[in-house]
Design a binder for this molecule. Sequence first.
Ligand SMILES: [Zn+2]
Length: 338
Amino acid sequence: MPITFNREFEPKYGEVVELSPLIRRVVAKNPNPFTFTGTGVYLLGRGEVAVIDPGPTVDEHLDAIMAALDEGETITKILVTHTHTDHTAGVAKLVARTSAVTYGFGPHGPVPDRDPLEQVTFDEYFTPEEKQKIEKEWAEIPDELKREGPDQDFLPDVIVGDGDVIMVGAHVEGVDGTAGTGTVHVVHTPGHTSNHICFGLAEEKVLFTGDHVMGWATSVISPPDGDLFDYLASLRKLLDRDDLRYWPTHGPAIDEPQAYVRDFLEHRLGRETQIVDALSAGPSTIKDLVPTMYAETDKRLWRAAANSVYSHLLALHREGRAEPVEGEPSLVATWRLL
Ligand SMILES: [Zn+2]
């Protein structure tokens, strides 16, 4: 069953948008195939404000976050969903400007020396015109904004775990609104990365889902730090909650979120079935599986899709249902069913 994505989202870059009494958002101008229309930065509470995922390290963008504050307000906390550069690259600069305390699950997990994905390309599927167009678009994006990579430098001041509570906001004399405080619950949701957490704002029954659940696309799972087994468990974990709305980092809000999460779970099962069906016709490689399985997906995302297929194969391998024809499990192995 296909997921009904919502790609209706037109950010006003650099402008603060008031989403609710406790929530404001500034979207960074770092759109690309991985970030959709860019990183949505949430400001929580009034008076002493908490920022969720500052986004890229672009001065204009950080200026916009500071400009989002009312007179007399300060940023005292920075909450980090996970260590990908499109979420965390701007942390150090924002701390320098505000002396805010950072909160996160912990550092990024181990990263291989070379990106294993370098071994898998789909160049031959692009026409020369497509290649030219993509290269031109790509050249216009500054290097640091090109994709979400692991941020191995970020270390939170305060390490938080599942169930921890962080208070945001404080009434400040002269600042609009008296009820500016919020109660944030930490929900550990490993899968997209091992250190991914979501933040539930109790007063509004909403969940800031980072890259765990997004409205515009599925999450990229990149082994070894990304783990499909964990990801599915983290999706099921959200079904036990009664959130009214999700605010993801990229794209629009998700209403009726539990139904959406159920669709995600079904979608992943569907992908698994596709892989099993394809392999039941004979051994195959990820490079050969992706163009068929992701025929409907932007070809620029196929390399990321290769990682998702790999994460499914690793899960099947763990269950004793698939294995490499020879050697160790890898992105370039030929896989067969057991
Ligand atoms: Zn991410």
